[in-house]
Write a protein that binds this ligand. Sequence first.
Ligand SMILES: Cc1cc2nc3c(=O)[nH]c(=O)nc-3n(C[C@H](O)[C@H](O)[C@H](O)COP(=O)(O)O)c2cc1C
Length: 363
Amino acid sequence: MTDLDTLLSVTDFEQRWMAKADRAIGQYVAGGAGTDRVVAANTAAFDDVWLQPRGLHDHPVNLDTTVTLFGQRQAFPVMLAPTSPQRLVHPDAELATARAAASRGVVSIVSTDSHYPYPDIVAAAPGRTWFQLFAYRSRRDVEATLEFAESCGAAAIVVTVDASFAARRLSTQRAGYRLPAGVDYGTLRALGILRGDPPSSGRHDKLPVTWDDLRWIRGRTELPLLVKGVLRPVDARRCVDLGADGTIVSNHGGRQLDGVVPTVFALEAVVDSVPAEHPVLLDGGVRCGISAAKAVALGARAVCIGRPYLWGLGLAGQHGVERVLDLLRDEFADAMLQLGISTVGELDRSFVAEPPRRYAAIR
Ligand SMILES: Cc1cc2nc3c(=O)[nH]c(=O)nc-3n(C[C@H](O)[C@H](O)[C@H](O)COP(=O)(O)O)c2cc1C
């Protein structure tokens, strides 16, 4: 039994990594905006969603956890959210993450703020990465970034719209976080957007993304375009109207706005506001396969995880990320069996015992 085999839940990975991580870096990963309350609330909100299994299967069980998104088959509906720069937690950073995602048959979404340049990451996992776009400096730079991502082989573009402004991350500030020497922004450097030393805060000035920018971005790529950071149904609808192909319900893991609604409480209304064929994904607080199953039952096509794979990466590089994915896949498969379904498509709201109490106070 290797050391990681004693870790039986994603939370075990969290505790093990936090115990060994540098305090400031540990806090940078763990922290959120203001009181950090939303980080905890994202996870706790899943406790307010209760499953209602049928136990009995319609047919002999032939379990199939796969889902297809934008023509791409995924082994199970959990993907890796963009996080930056992963060299903070492990020298192999995004290369290890992308390889782990590819080996487990899921997609890794790569941040514009990655440590390694995007071409190296794509080479590590051809066809298995989506590119997450931050808008830097000017439309000309955004256009060059999109062309770069496409030419490297991105399978989709994810525009993050909830992190245009620097957040008040008090716990991270209190821990004295500074970007350590040796951590870089390889993609921004390859694009010529970053020259010289990276800012010690790790923070670069981004352009706020306007609706007009989003329409303009839509016109500049043929790739599937997803908008990450949507919480209001009316905004999701507007994204669809201007040609977005997917929506990610996200509050940036509680890192931007203290007091923002936990994502699983925002999910259903967003799903109801867009056409049935428009994929809605969710991230924030997913710490087990059961939570993934709850999100899918409430209408998400897939979920993304952020911190959980960073814990695996920090503990054991590619192998650590693979172990976290294995755990989530096993838990998700177990949930399907216990619920009495064979395919992910069967998982719908009838498996949720009662509507989640939206905006309920979090314990
Ligand atoms: C350390 C860290 C860095 C992140 N960097 C980015 C980023 O560069 N781009 C982005 O769109 N989201 C970023 N996020 C947000 C994640 O993509 C995702 O929304 C969030 O982590 C999901 O919540 P979870 O950590 O509870 O799973 C980051 C999150 C963390 C924890």
